[in-house]
Design a protein around this ligand. Structure first.
Ligand code: F3S
Length: 82
C-alpha cells in the first residue's frame, strides 16, 4: 500500500502524527509535507489509523493498482470495525 498526502489540504492538525508518529512525519511548521511513501504490511494498522484521523481527509491510501482504498476498508485495516 502507498500513502499520499495532499499538502494543499493539510492544515496542520497533526492527528496523523499522533496516531502513527513513526509513519507520518511533520515539518517544522507542523504540517505533513511527506512525499508518497510505501507502507509495509505490518504498518497498515497504524497507517490506516493515521489516514482516518485526519479531519481534512488530506491523506489517501492507495492499493497496488493505484486505486484509493475506501474508508470502510481503512476502518477494517485499522481494527476499528466491530
Ligand atoms: Fe495535516 Fe491532516 Fe496530518 S491536516 S498534519 S495531514 S492530521
Amino acid at each position: 500500500m502507498r500513502i499520499r498526502v495532499d499538502t494543499d489540504l493539510c492544515s496542520g492538525h497533526a492527528r496523523c502524527n499522533a496516531a502513527a508518529p513513526h509513519i507520518f512525519e511533520l515539518d517544522d511548521a507542523g504540517y505533513n509535507a511527506m512525499d508518497d511513501h510505501d507502507v509495509t504490511d505490518d504498518q497498515l494498522r497504524d497507517a490506516s489509523r493515521g489516514v482516518l484521523a485526519c479531519p481534512e481527509r488530506a491523506i489517501t491510501m492507495l492499493d497496488a493498482s493505484g486505486a484509493r482504498v475506501p474508508e470502510g476498508e481503512l476502518r477494517r485495516l485499522a481494527g476499528l470495525d466491530g
